[in-house]
Design a protein around this ligand. Structure first.
Ligand code: SF4
Length: 371
């Protein structure tokens, strides 16, 4: 019986693929394998030239490195477009605090662990993680456009993705993942997370999205990314058509992009333009923010951030309570303070502009809303 089912599903898949290929030819669309990818696009150059030495960052910003950890195990990474938004001579700049390794990171706090969400060891060999009903997460690699000091995955050994070898390299394997997802009728949404999924090359992303679009049950592909905020140059024409809900060939699933943004100063004119382009491509846009001590734990800052996001067409989705990862204790805001801020935000802003204040608890079937 099972082999008959497999035979049938393979037969219908082939019909679907040949139908899509005909449509591609008739409409002169890009096939999955003829994407014109610039070998060294500007965003890769920007990433390669990011500042990685904390002493150099301090020099550039004219601040003392007295409280800076110059040899952190979680290396610093700050690309130029983000650096340009940090105010010089201000050691407490809210963007700087998110990226500069400080000596406080080595303070030992017993409740802060290397794997606060208990993810280690739960990744499948293909790089997937099934945490929630009906959804599956693909960890696309460990590369990020920036290193946030509070990242809950900062200690996790995530799989490496080799450039241009998503199918054959040591990373994730779209065909195997798609076959696995096809066999799970309960699955409706795939979440691409990382690292940052937009660190994959266009070709890698195209291969992955193409295969996910072949899975009949998948209705939504959700991409969690900080890239459009950190290096807005990443949103090339190629990438926008790959993500587009209007132009994507063979589109079956709706594309949702969740932008990680923590402070209104992150939203300069370049970032605003990149968000508008994403909007034009028809993606559903949501945001997520981590509540961080000294960065955004104030009513005016959060109110301005959420209003600016709404103005750009992004719905504030989550305000996260910090995950208790080792090295990030100094960023923690208590849940009581967080609830107080949310209550005040509700009085100040329309309901749709106030995100859900949530915390993730290992083993829980979903995020827990803090009230
Ligand atoms: S962008 Fe996200 S995954 Fe990358 S370092 Fe920051 S918090 Fe971690």
């Amino acid at each position: 019986m099972q082999w008959l089912f497999l035979l049938y599903s393979r037969f219908f898949d082939n019909i679907l693929i040949s139908f899509m290929n005909n449509r591609i030819k008739q409409n002169n669309l890009k096939t999955p394998f003829d994407i014109v990818e610039n070998c060294s696009p500007l965003w890769k150059k920007i990433f390669a030239e990011a500042v990685r030495d904390p002493a150099e960052l301090c020099r550039r910003l004219e601040i003392s490195n007295e409280h800076v950890d110059l040899n952190s195990n979680f290396p610093m990474l700050v690309p130029e477009p983000f650096l340009q938004r940090i105010k010089p001579k201000d050691p407490l700049d809210p963007l700087l605090l998110q990226v500069l390794p400080r000596k406080e990171e080595s303070a030992v706090s017993p409740d802060f662990t290397t794997d606060p969400l208990g993810e280690n060891g739960h990744l499948s060999p293909e790089g997937t993680l099934s945490k929630y009903h009906g959804r599956s997460l693909i960890v696309t690699g460990k590369a990020c456009s920036i290193h946030c000091r509070f990242c809950f995955r900062r200690h996790l050994p995530l799989p490496e993705i080799e450039e241009n070898s998503i199918s054959s390299g040591s990373g994730i394997h779209p065909e195997i993942i798609a076959a696995r997802f096809k066999a799970d009728p309960t699955l409706h949404e795939v979440i691409l997370s990382g690292g940052d999924p937009l660190m994959l090359s266009d070709r890698q992303l195209q291969d992955l999205i193409f295969h996910l679009d072949q899975v009949p049950g998948i209705r939504r592909i959700r991409i969690h990314t900080r890239m459009p905020i950190i290096i807005p140059q990443r949103l090339t024409e190629n990438l926008l058509s790959l993500l587009s809900n209007h132009k994507r060939y063979g589109k079956r699933a709706k594309m949702i992009v969740v932008l990680h943004v923590n402070h209104p100063n992150e939203l300069d004119s370049g970032v605003s333009r990149s968000i508008e382009e994403l909007m034009d491509s028809g993606c559903i846009l949501l945001s997520q923010t981590v509540l961080l001590r000294q960065v955004n734990d104030s009513l005016p800052v959060l109110a301005e951030l959420f209003e600016r996001l709404i103005d750009l067409g992004v719905m504030p989705y989550y305000l996260h309570q910090l995950d208790r990862v080792a090295g990030a204790a100094h960023f923690e805001v208590s849940p009581e303070e967080g609830c107080d801020l949310i209550t005040k935000l509700r009085r100040l802003l329309p309901g749709y502009a106030v995100p859900r204040y949530v915390r993730e608890i290992p083993g829980e079937p979903g995020k827990v809303v803090l009230k």
